[in-house]
Design a binder for this molecule. Structure first.
Ligand code: FES
Ligand code: FES
Length: 158
């Protein structure tokens, strides 16, 4: 099958690669571009483990073809601490034990990162609604919600 050249910004750096028209963005990010932080939990758009930021919106990267990201700005969990310091959502998940096995965590962090820009002062209900596309098999969600509340306070203090 002939391949298509695509180019986009990944965590602030221009990347380019050749992809098959049927290839999903999550596979290209992980397998061709070596950014394996984003996980594949279901490939059916349910779990949110593959959540990235695309042009300023949360996106489940198993729901989009890589060719559709041509020219876009994409951020993954690897980009959150790009300045060398943990992002407030990372600090808060660590402090509040917002994870157990960690499989869902990259997607949780990327969705939290965007959610707190959409709603910097969320209620608990807002958080549950805003994070409803991200599933966790381990934590029971309480510490995740608490971590996002703590991250909101940290971000407002900055
Ligand atoms: Fe994309 Fe589950 S792997 S939503
Ligand atoms: Fe294990 Fe969420 S911490 S799936």
């Amino acid at each position: 099958m002939s391949k298509t050249h695509i180019q986009f910004k990944l965590n602030g750096s221009e990347v380019e690669t050749l992809v098959e028209p049927r290839e999903l963005l999550i596979h290209v990010i992980r397998e061709q571009l070596g950014q394996t932080g984003s996980h594949i939990g279901c490939e059916t758009s349910h779990c949110g483990a593959c959540t990235v930021d695309l042009n300023g919106e949360s996106l489940k990267s198993c729901t989009i073809l890589a060719v559709q990201a041509n020219g876009a700005e994409v951020a993954t969990v690897e980009g959150l601490a790009a300045s060398g310091e943990l992002h407030a959502v990372q600090e808060a998940f660590m402090q509040e034990h917002g994870l157990q096995c960690g499989f869902c965590t990259p997607g949780m962090l990327m969705r939290s990162y965007r959610f707190l820009q959409e709603n910097p002062n969320p209620t608990e209900e807002d958080i549950c609604q805003g994070m409803s596309g991200n599933l966790c098999r381990c934590t029971g969600y309480q510490n995740i919600v608490k971590a996002i509340q703590v991250a909101a306070v940290k971000l407002q203090a900055k």
